[in-house]
Design a protein around this ligand. Structure first.
Ligand code: FE2
Length: 389
């Protein structure tokens, strides 16, 4: 009995010593890593073990969130509530905050020019390739280096010098009241200059960037070319139902109300009208409008983009690029299409929205959106000359 007791006590003492030495190794480790940091390479095996264990515990935290707590500032022309939700998701996932400044394209470009290097802005995010072309021409952007963006967004939807990238696409289409207009009457943009449309066409003003980009696309030689575009503008403007006023949605509402027969609109506005929770008349108009994709047998429908460029003056380049990468990814792309009815720019993202799916595939113009910039000024002048208010 005594033998057993002695053995038990011995084992207990040995066990306590082992535990004590183990604890010692752990509690001493932090102080012992210091010499290693100052250059000591010769460390006892035990210490080496303690040192390799320590960074392992901290590394993942640093690696997943190296930019946590940073704030990026976005100058944007976009005015969609769904964007705020997508940006909040980015903050939730990365810890990077997003400040948003909203205004019209021209105003933001002027603001960026006057602020110069002192600007808080990191990104210029806008609807329409025309706005991006203007900002690029003003020298506001720097090259975006990102393999993720290159993998997510096709080259034809990125700037040729990688100064900006598309994040969504949208088509500029013809809409018609389904109860009054037979879509077999519709065919091409060119046809809208025919006198049969006299007093029937609704479209917003010539100062609107969507319209300037539409006409600029026609100026491409493989679409209409300059001469035909000038001719077309004369006939088209002569067919307006009223002097241009209001935004895209107001054209759709006016077509539904009978102020004209057809309207030119961007596709996503149909989805927004149909889901309008504040304005029952707008909702009714959206539900009663058909969408027609012009030029399917010829040059294709005008496709434009919404996208963003990295500003030369950005102080948070890494976080800004991470933001663009997030927006090009599956989660954000799906949200852009299901919440704002835009088409994903990332071809790997499947459209799940029923309305967008109901429109099906359609042929688009074969033009480089990065080159659209070179025709904008001429398009704008020609629209003025044709009397498009
Ligand atoms: Fe818009």
């Amino acid at each position: 009995m005594r033998m057993l007791k002695t053995t038990f006590i011995s084992i207990l003492i040995i066990a306590m010593l082992i535990v004590a030495s183990g604890c010692g190794a752990q509690t001493e480790a932090p102080s012992e890593t210091k010499p290693a940091e100052t250059g000591s390479t010769e460390a006892p095996a035990e210490n080496a073990e303690a040192k390799t264990e320590e960074p392992k515990a901290e590394e993942p935290v640093e690696e997943t969130n190296p930019l946590e707590g940073q704030t990026i500032t976005l100058y944007t022309t976009r005015h969609y509530d769904s964007d705020d939700e997508i940006f909040a998701k980015f903050t939730e996932e990365t810890g990077i905050k997003v400040e948003v400044v909203k205004d019209k394209g021209k105003a933001l470009i002027e603001k960026l020019k006057s602020e110069g290097d002192d600007t808080q802005a990191d990104l210029f995010y806008t609807a329409d390739a025309g706005n991006l072309a203007h900002a690029k021409a003003e020298g506001l952007f720097q090259k975006i280096e990102s393999d993720v963006l290159k993998a997510n967004i096709p080259a034809k939807l990125r700037d040729t010098d990688d100064m900006w990238t598309a994040l969504t696409t949208r088509a500029r289409v013809i809409v018609y009241p389904k109860d009054r207009i037979d879509p077999s009457e519709l065919s091409t943009y060119e046809d809208l200059a025919d006198p049969k449309w006299k007093g029937r066409i609704l479209i917003r003003s010539s100062s609107n960037q969507y319209n300037i980009s539409l006409v600029a696309s026609f100026l491409n030689d493989n679409i209409m070319g300059k001469e035909k575009t000038a001719e077309w503008l004369e006939g088209f403007v002569a067919n307006f139902a009223r002097e241009p006023k209001g935004n895209d949605r107001e054209q759709g509402r006016a077509a539904y109300a009978g102020e004209g027969d057809i309207a030119i609109m961007n596709t996503y506005y149909i989805g927004k009208m149909m889901n309008d929770k504040k304005d029952p008349e707008m909702k009714a108009a959206g539900e009663n409008l058909g969408v027609f994709f012009p030029n399917q047998e010829t040059t294709g429908t005008h496709l434009n983009i919404s996208g963003a460029g990295l500003l030369k003056a950005s102080d948070n380049k890494e976080a800004a690029v991470k933001f663009l990468e997030f927006l090009s990814g599956e989660e954000a792309q799906e949200a852009f299409s299901s919440r704002n009815y835009e088409f994903p720019a990332n071809p790997n993202v499947e459209v799940q929205n029923e309305l967008l799916k109901s429109w099906g595939e359609f042929k688009t113009q074969d033009i480089n959106l990065g080159d659209l910039g070179k025709n904008l000024e001429e398009a704008s002048m020609m629209m003025d000359e044709a009397g498009w208010k």
